[in-house]
Design a binder for this molecule. Structure first.
Ligand SMILES: [Fe+2]
Ligand SMILES: [Fe+2]
Length: 176
């Protein structure tokens, strides 16, 4: 069994990953409404990744016979001042999640729960990538905020579609 302190914190994190999913859907809808389909597509895809993270955490708890609490989430921000604001919010969110995941790893280690600590390792690596991706994107939208088509071209070129499957990723619940 995973340590109780870890189970409690992982259940909280499941809520935060679902909240991240909702926030990214809201951002995607915002860009869709602004007729920025490439930015919209990127955030719809990011949203799915966040849902995937939540489902991986659920699968871990199910496999460990630990209690899973599927939480409600707070409403996401849906109004944005300009084209830059959603990306700034996303970067802030990813930095916050990085702290949360590090906290999870620390809680597992403190409890001597090395299996759970190992489970957190993939997420630590994932956060490095997500913070880097959002930092790059923020620089691009800040530089080109007066020329949205420039940003759309960048998205089409640099983020054209699905990433390949990561064979080291934990299994998401319900994914077959
Ligand atoms: Fe996530
Ligand atoms: Fe993320």
């Amino acid at each position: 069994m995973p340590a109780d302190t870890f189970v409690t914190r992982l259940n909280e994190q499941i809520g935060k990953e679902f909240a991240a999913h909702q926030q990214y859907v809201a951002i995607a809808v915002h860009y869709d409404a602004e007729t920025l389909p490439q930015l919209a597509r990127f955030f719809y895809r990011q949203a799915l990744e966040e849902r995937g993270h939540a489902m991986m955490m659920i699968q871990y708890l199910v496999d460990a016979d630990a209690e899973v609490i599927v939480p409600g989430v707070a409403a996401p921000q849906t109004a944005f001042a300009d084209i830059v604001a959603p990306v700034a919010l996303a970067l802030e969110q990813e930095k916050r999640v990085t702290q949360q995941i590090n906290g999870l790893a620390a809680a597992a280690r403190e409890a001597g729960d090395f299996t759970s600590e190992q489970f957190t390792q993939w997420f630590i690596k994932e956060q490095v990538e997500e913070v880097a991706t959002m930092s790059d994107l923020l620089r691009v939208v800040e530089r080109s905020k007066d020329d949205p088509m420039d940003i759309e071209n960048f998205m089409a070129r640099e983020h054209p579609g699905e990433e390949g499957d990561d064979p080291t990723a934990p299994h998401p619940a319900g994914a077959g």
